[in-house]
Design a protein around this ligand. Structure first.
Ligand SMILES: [Zn+2]
Length: 245
């Protein structure tokens, strides 16, 4: 089981960055929920959220939630501000495991693939509390600039936010070797080919059609026994019908 801790930046009284009618705390929660939903399509994943609604959670508590759950990976999602544009990701600028760097490389590049056209600001390192205090590999993503009109227009699109989430999930799946769950749909039963009809069957088919057309029989029932009386009646009907023509 791979335990992924998902951290939607800010919340409650802490709106995070604001701009162009958007609040960072709402965008981060939206993206994180999309990430969680997409991750649920993979086998052997359990997801821990630091928040699932609009509430304030201290930075240390966010890290503590992941530490208590003994998560394998911590992902914090943010929106940038400060007159720039594009995407960047962060790991702790102190001692980190080689796997932390590997995860950043993989996830960063999958996100850039998913949001082609967005400026890549690079893979960075910083002394952020959630990165410093988490005991497992941790990554923080800054997904475009809320105070940039072009970036904000993208952030207003649910489709774009889904692409952002998709990129994170592709990266996590690649980093942890996750496999998609088998589809719930039942596989269609392989159809047995119809058995080839023998010449005898075909002759019986033709005879039945002929007799039916001439009012001698109405039903096939080819495997049923017949009495001599029935044979007499059938032959009699046939003879009469033929004579009438
Ligand atoms: Zn933030």
């Amino acid at each position: 089981m791979v335990k992924i801790a998902l951290d939607a930046g800010h919340g409650g009284t802490d709106s995070g960055a604001v701009g162009n009618g958007l609040q960072e705390k709402n965008l981060t929660l939206n993206i994180v929920k999309k990430i969680g939903g997409l991750l649920a399509e993979y086998e052997g994943v359990s997801i821990i959220y630091t928040r699932t609604d609009d509430r304030f959670v201290e930075l240390s508590e966010r890290a503590a939630i992941a530490n208590r759950a003994d998560a394998d990976f911590f992902l914090s999602v943010h929106i940038n501000a400060g007159s720039g544009t594009g995407f960047e990701s962060y790991v702790y600028n102190g001692n980190v495991s080689p796997s932390t760097i590997a995860y950043q490389n993989t996830i960063h590049s999958e996100i850039m693939k998913a949001i082609a056209g967005v400026q890549d600001r690079g893979k960075k390192r910083a002394n952020y509390a959630v990165l410093r205090e988490t005991k497992m590999p941790a990554l923080l993503t800054e997904n475009l600039f809320i105070d940039n009109a072009n970036d904000a227009a993208k952030l207003k699109s649910e489709q774009f936010l889904l692409q952002v989430a998709h990129g994170h999930v592709e990266g996590i799946a690649k980093a942890f070797g996750l496999k998609r769950k088998a589809t719930q749909q039942k596989q269609e039963e392989p159809k047995m080919p119809a058995p080839e009809k023998t010449a005898y069957d075909k002759a019986v088919d033709a005879a039945f059609e002929f007799l039916k057309q001439h009012g001698v029989v109405t039903q096939d029932r080819r495997e049923e026994p017949v009495t001599r009386a029935q044979v007499f009646l059938m032959l009699h009907r046939l003879a009469q019908n033929m004579l009438q023509k």
